[in-house]
Write a protein that binds this ligand. Structure first.
Ligand code: ADP
Ligand code: MG
Length: 313
């Protein structure tokens, strides 16, 4: 049996009405298990509810209803243990401008009740590449250094689960690579479960073993990265036949739809079927092609499609 680092049941969040704005239902009943030891991606467009979910896990936002367990500890029953099991690198830069990196890490460790003998401040400074800035004024740190310090702060209490909310949004390539290296190492060497949010498909693809796609406050897909990409690599070839066809093209993995204008829209998976296979099936059906073009789904289309199929199910 796989142990779950995180278990979420029927999780709902409605933000209270604000001046001129109606209440906002940000999470609409999320059920999600995240396997221990995985690198797990929460993928979704802006406004989907990713940060809300993360911030509830972190104890920064109060849920409206539902159940959350972290490392086996129910947030409501064992708030202290559940909080001790998770470290969060938030999306927003919320650093106290007065503390240099070393002091900021020490204060954070103190907040989490980590005894002096168990602190790894130097090791963390080294890991986030801030050893030589350990005592520099926070306001002299660049944006990239501040984000690295946020990562360090998330690690002071040796959490089993590390959550990164949009870790690479607006971050330069060098920092991105350093972040990924660190995260991979934590996962490989310490077995730390990693959860990251992103609105970039490629990022999730590169980093994550498993992905959940969230849109408008609901999980609309949840699968291994390989399976999900299989679903997402759908391409569509649109054939305008010379005369209305007597037979439709057939073949493994082909889905054919006749459009109003008589065009045949043939969907296929680019990983397993080539354009040549599709054209072959069209010719085999005795169809003469007058015109042909391809359509490729972008992430927005994919979200829409998955949302529609989720609604239909
Ligand atoms: P994501 O991180 O996926 O971009 P968020 O969780 O930040 O999404 O936001 C989900 C929805 O909840 C959005 O419509 C957002 O405007 C709304 N929202 C987020 N935080 C608040 C808040 N503090 N008060 C009211 N609405 C909020
Ligand atoms: Mg967010």
């Amino acid at each position: 049996m796989t142990r779950h680092a995180i278990e979420i049941r029927e999780l709902r969040k409605t933000y209270a009405a604000q001046a001129g704005e109606p209440p906002k239902e940000a999470l609409k009943g999320i059920d999600l298990d995240i396997p221990a030891g995985s690198v797990f991606g929460l993928l979704g467009p802006n406004g989907a509810g990713k940060s809300t979910l993360i911030n509830i896990l972190a104890g920064l936002v109060l849920k409206t209803s539902g159940k959350v367990s972290i490392w086996g500890f129910d947030q409501d029953v064992n708030p202290r243990q559940s909080r001790a099991s998770i470290g969060v690198m938030p999306q927003e830069l919320n650093l106290d401008p007065f503390f240099p990196p070393r002091a900021a890490l020490e204060v954070q460790a103190g907040l989490y009740g980590v005894p002096k003998s168990q602190r790894r401040t130097d090791e963390i400074l080294e890991m986030i590449g801030l050893s030589d800035k350990a005592n520099a004024y926070a306001r002299t740190l660049s944006g990239g250094m501040r984000r690295r310090l946020l990562l360090g702060k998330a690690l002071v209490h040796h959490p089993q689960v590390l959550v990164l909310d949009e870790p690479t949004a607006g971050v330069d390539i060098e920092l991105r690579q350093m972040l990924w290296e660190n995260v991979r190492r934590l996962n490989a060497e310490r077995g730390t479960t990693i959860i990251l949010t992103t609105h970039y498909l490629e990022e999730a693809e590169e980093m994550c073993d498993e992905i959940a796609i969230i849109n408008h406050g609901s999980v609309i897909a949840r699968d291994s990265t390989a399976n999900l990409l299989g679903k997402l690599d759908t391409k569509c070839m649109v054939i305008q036949p010379d005369t209305p066809p007597e037979r439709l093209p057939q073949g493994p993995g082909l889905e054919v739809e006749t459009r109003k204008d008589g065009a045949l829209a043939i969907s296929y998976h680019a990983l397993t079927t080539s354009a040549e296979d599709v054209l072959g099936a069209v010719r085999a059906a005795g169809i003469t092609i007058r015109d042909v073009r391809t359509e490729q789904a972008d992430l927005e289309d994919v979200f829409l499609k998955l949302t529609r199929s989720a609604n239909a199910a």
